[in-house]
Structure formats: C-alpha cells, structure tokens
Design a protein around this ligand. Structure first.
Ligand code: 5GP
Length: 121
C-alpha cells in the first residue's frame, strides 16, 4: 500500500527541535520522550528519527539499521526506571487504530496495573 508522510506532524516538529519535549533517551535512530497527556505513571513515546507514518510503513520501508536501532531503544526504555513490575506497548495506526499523530511511535505504559487490553468502544 502507499504510505504518505506529513512532515508537518507534531513529532516531526519535535525531531527538528521546533517544539520542546521531555527526553528520556536519544540514540542515532530513535527519540524517547514523555507523553504530554500521560495515561499511566510512566507514559513514554518512542519514535524513529526517519519519516515513517505507521508501524507497517516503518517495518517495510526503513533500513535494517533503523529498525534494529529503534527496537533496541524501545528495549532500553522498557528496562528503565518505573517499569520493573511490567509494562505495555501500544502502537496505534491510522483511522481504526485512532492514531492521532501520523509519525510512527510506540507508547510504553507502566507504573500501575494497566487493566484489560481493550475497553469497549
Ligand atoms: P496516538 O493516538 O497517535 O497513538 O498518540 C499520540 C500521543 O501523542 C498522545 O498520547 C498524545 O498525548 C501525545 N502528544 C500529542 N502531542 C504531543 C506533544 O506535543 N508532545 C508530547 N510529548 N506528546 C504529545
């Protein structure tokens, strides 16, 4: 399928330094920062630095180095403070996934029991 990327999305602006963020980790291929509207005591977003809109776009178009670098950064975040008792990863995509920001990201949620995987809706 065709994957379009909007370079004016808010995470692209964060990557360009046009909008501040609360950085947790920065590597060659990834940036991790705290979500502005946290849904759990730990709520960190991890994004690749390249222009990918969704997980499927990223995993089909990115280089092996970008993919490895991104997932290693996710692993580092998931080993960080506050996630000792477990965590949940979420990657929303497109309309049915209710993706708000069209730059691929994973949410790392932790710090309390997170309940069922989905609520009705
Ligand atoms: P999505 O629904 O796309 O998976 O999640 C996007 C997330 O980005 C939301 O949890 C939202 O709170 C977060 N977010 C939106 N704008 C900003 C921002 O400017 N800074 C930060 N740190 N998070 C943001």
């Amino acid at each position: 399928m065709q994957h379009d990327y909007d370079p004016e999305n808010i995470f692209a602006k964060i990557l360009r330094g046009e909008i501040p963020n609360n950085t947790v980790l920065e590597t060659e291929h990834a940036l991790a920062f705290r979500d502005i509207r946290p849904q759990a005591p730990v709520h960190i977003l991890v994004i690749p630095k390249g222009p990918y809109a969704t997980l499927d776009h990223f995993c089909t178009a990115a280089s092996d180095a970008e993919i490895a670098g991104f997932w290693r950064a996710v692993g580092q975040v998931c080993e960080g403070a506050g996630v000792e008792q477990g965590f949940r990863l979420i990657a929303n995509a497109r309309e049915h996934g209710l993706q708000e920001v069209p730059h691929f990201h994973v949410h790392v949620l932790a710090g309390r029991s997170l309940g069922p995987i989905l609520s009705a809706g």
